[in-house]
Structures are given as C-alpha cells and as structure tokens.
Design a protein around this ligand. Structure first.
Ligand code: SF4
Ligand code: SF4
Length: 418
C-alpha cells in the first residue's frame, strides 16, 4: 500500500484512491472465501470522511491483517508461495509472510502525462500542456485554487482521473463541474466575450502585422496556445481560444499588439500623466505595476483597512505581470520615475498566477529590463519584482514600504525634468 506514491523518487503525490481499493479488494476476497486471509501492509492509510467506517469494518475482520510497515523483500517461498519480508514499523520487528498472491497498490498516472491524447491543431503541440510548470505531475490542470477543471486549452475541461487522482464516485461529481464550465464557455463564445477570469471582456488582441518581425515571441509565450503561425511566421490569432491575458502584448518588442481596452498608448498615457517634481526637490516618484488578479485586491483591502501606502507610489493596474511590456520600464524611467515595482501573483512552488506563467515570464524578462536600465545608465536595483497572494495584505503593503525605503538609498533619477 503506497507502492511508490508519496515518494519523491517515484510518484510524489498521494494517488487518493488506492487505500480504499486495497480495503475493498480484501473485503471481496473475504466474501468469496471466508477461509482466506488478506494482509495489507501500508505506509499510510487514508480513508476520508465516512469511508473511515469502512476501514473500521475491515479492522474488525479477523481475517484481514492490517499493519504499518515497509516491504523490504519479495521472493519465492516454500510450496509455491511468495515470501514477503516486512519491516513492521509499529513494533519495530521483521515479519515474514507467505502468501499466494502479492498485489501492489500502485498509484494513478494520467494518460496526459505520457502522450498527447488529443490531436489539436495548435502551434504549441497537439496535446494538453502539462509538464512545463512541473506542478501538476502530468495532470491536465492549470490552477487548482482559482480555476478548477480549466486546462490550458480554452474550451477543454478536465474531469476525473486526468484532472486529479480520484475515485469513480468523485469523478462523477467532477464531471458535473467540468460540464458546467463547458456550458459557460459556449455562452461566452456565443456572446463574444472572454471566458473566466475576464468574463466581461469583449476586446481581443489586435495585431498590426505590417511591423511584425516574425520574432515568434507572442506565439511561443501565449500560455493558452491561442496563436498559430502562418508559413512566414506571422501570428494567426484564434480569438475563441484567447483568454485576454495580455501576455502577447507584454512580449511583443514591436509594441504592435493592442486591445481596445488595454493598449500600449493607454498605459503610456498613464505613465506620462504623473506630475513629476523637478530635479532637486527630493521628492521621489515610484511606479508600481500591479496585477489586477491578486496583488491589486490585496492593496484594495489594505486601503479598506486604512493601512499606509507610501505617497511616492503611482499604481498602474495590469491584467497580469506578463502583460507588462518592457518598453513601459523605459518610458517610466525616461519620464523620471526613481524606481519601478512589479507586484504580481506567486509563481514556482506556490504558483497562483491566473494566467499560468505571467509572473514567471515577467521575472524572465527582468534580464531585458536590466539591459534597458544599462542603456539609460541607471542602476538595476531600481526595478524589482515581488509576488503576493490575494490575502497577503500586510505583505503587499510591506513590499511597497520596503521598496520605498530601498529607493531612498539612490540618487534621484537624473531624467527628472527632461
Ligand atoms: S491575450 Fe493571452 S491568450 Fe490571448 S493571444 Fe495574447 S497571450 Fe494568448
Ligand atoms: S511578438 Fe510582435 S513582432 Fe514578434 S511575432 Fe508576435 S506580433 Fe510579430
């Protein structure tokens, strides 16, 4: 029991159903032959909710032996039996059991981990992307917390054992949730707006392809594979696949991707609109690009709670940190901002990015930001990226205050007043 599950070297996750399956098989054997005995050697026995009663029934059965231990050897025994040696962890003894049949309760692995399964005509490949984030162990999910059922292919929802390891009963429940998401998606497409989380959004990325250099950044970085390519390498948008995250907008070095409700010009105007003190006034101006999904609500909550945010900050909400074009850093620094903070959703082990990898991409783009600052002869430390969760209100405020203090250690931006 736990035949390699919850083991970093094999399947690092709990497979969810195997404890119950072992108990169930033991019960079947006992019912079929009351003289038969079943031994269950377990590492951990997990029986959630009312299944605990089922576990107790088996514990009370004198023909079922349950013990915590590790199987250290399986070999040929006497009289055609199989010999099993167990390090029994409760009593600290070695047990030898001779049995007719050894069954391993192996863990569940989704088919999506091994092969594409689908045959999608996506530039990014025919299957559901599962490996890149290395967070879901090959399961076709994109965010357990905020968007259960959603895969990274719009309109395709995962239910049952390719969503998470689960029992048949759980899979039936799960399928209901996924079916409801599919209905929501059909309604969204019919009405012409985006699916979750930007369900009110009727705008979509528009490409001014005359200036496209076919660099492929947009088609490669789109987290949902919404952009295919023509033979020349120009992006071919598929609006119904698009979640309006703005990652392509953030990626494009030519600044030729725009939405009617989120454009290079709009953000540029917000940057320009700030009143900038003259050089020598000693008044710092800091810019914060704040992700509207987690970081901005955390700051809103801070305002409700009357927490102090440094007055030096001007905050520009962005739909994802992936939707911050590096050129904004240049624009803001040339305008005289003393420092820029990018505040977004968590990525990596505590991943919570609503658009899969926006904050991670923003972090990768920091290399380009460093180059931009170098060209302007400004210190790299003037631009920093931090992440917070939606409920980390104190932390969000702390990040702003810390950055504010840090920037006081720098001279005023020499571009002020230009
Ligand atoms: S907005 Fe997001 S989902 Fe839509 S094409 Fe751009 S990167 Fe892809
Ligand atoms: S990122 Fe911009 S320049 Fe590059 S391929 Fe896409 S649209 Fe063209």
């Amino acid at each position: 029991q736990c035949a390699g599950q919850r083991d970093e070297n094999h399947l690092p996750y709990c497979s969810g159903y195997c404890c119950l399956a072992s108990l169930k098989q033991a019960k079947y054997i006992r019912e079929a032959d009351p003289e038969a005995k079943a031994f269950i050697i377990y590492d951990h026995m997990r029986t959630m909710g009312i299944y605990e009663n089922f576990y107790k029934t088996l514990q009370d059965d004198p023909g079922v032996f349950l013990t915590k231990g590790k199987v250290v050897e399986v070999s040929e025994g006497e009289d055609g039996k199989v010999k099993v040696i167990v390090d029994e962890t409760l009593l600290g003894e070695k047990l030898e059991i001779n049995v007719d049949l050894v069954v391993l309760a192996i863990g569940m692995v989704p088919v999506t981990a091994e092969e594409p399964v689908l045959n999608l005509e996506y530039r990014q490949g025919p299957g559901l992307p599962t490996d890149e984030l290395e967070l879901f162990y090959g399961y076709a999910d994109s965010n357990y917390v905020c968007f259960p059922y959603e895969t990274r292919r719009t309109g395709i929802y995962a239910a049952g054992a390719i969503h998470q390891p689960m029992t048949i009963a759980q899979a039936i429940e799960d399928a209901r949730g996924a079916a409801l998401k599919a209905i929501q998606c059909l309604v969204a497409i019919e009405e012409g707006h985006a699916v979750h989380p930007r369900t009110w959004d009727f705008a979509y990325p528009e490409f001014d392809l005359k200036m496209c250099t076919q660099c492929k950044r947009c088609t490669e970085e789109c987290p949902f594979g919404a952009l295919n390519e023509d033979e020349a390498g120009n992006p071919l948008p598929n609006i119904t696949r698009c979640r309006r995250c703005g990652t392509c907008f953030g990626a494009c070095p030519q600044r030729i991707i725009n939405f009617k409700d989120y454009s290079i010009e709009m953000v540029g105007n917000m940057i320009k609109a700030t009143e900038m003190p003259e050089q020598g006034y000693g008044l710092y101006r800091l810019m914060a690009f704040v992700c509207e999904n987690d970081a901005l609500p955390a700051l809103d909550m801070a305002a409700y709670q009357k927490k102090n945010i440094p007055v030096s900050f001007r905050i520009i909400p962005v739909r994802c940190l992936g939707a911050v074009n590096v050129s904004f850093v240049k624009d803001a620094m040339s305008k005289g901002y003393d420092g820029i903070l990018l505040l977004g959703c968590k990525y990596g082990e505590n991943y919570q990015c609503h658009f899969i990898k926006g904050s991670e991409l923003a972090n990768r783009r920091m290399e380009n930001v460093a180059e931009t600052l170098q060209q302007l002869a400004l210190e790299q430390e003037r631009v920093t990226l931090h992440t917070v969760a939606i409920d980390e209100v104190e932390e969000a405020v702390k990040k702003l205050n810390e950055f504010n203090e840090e920037m006081k250690g720098f001279e005023e931006n020499p571009f002020k007043g230009w």
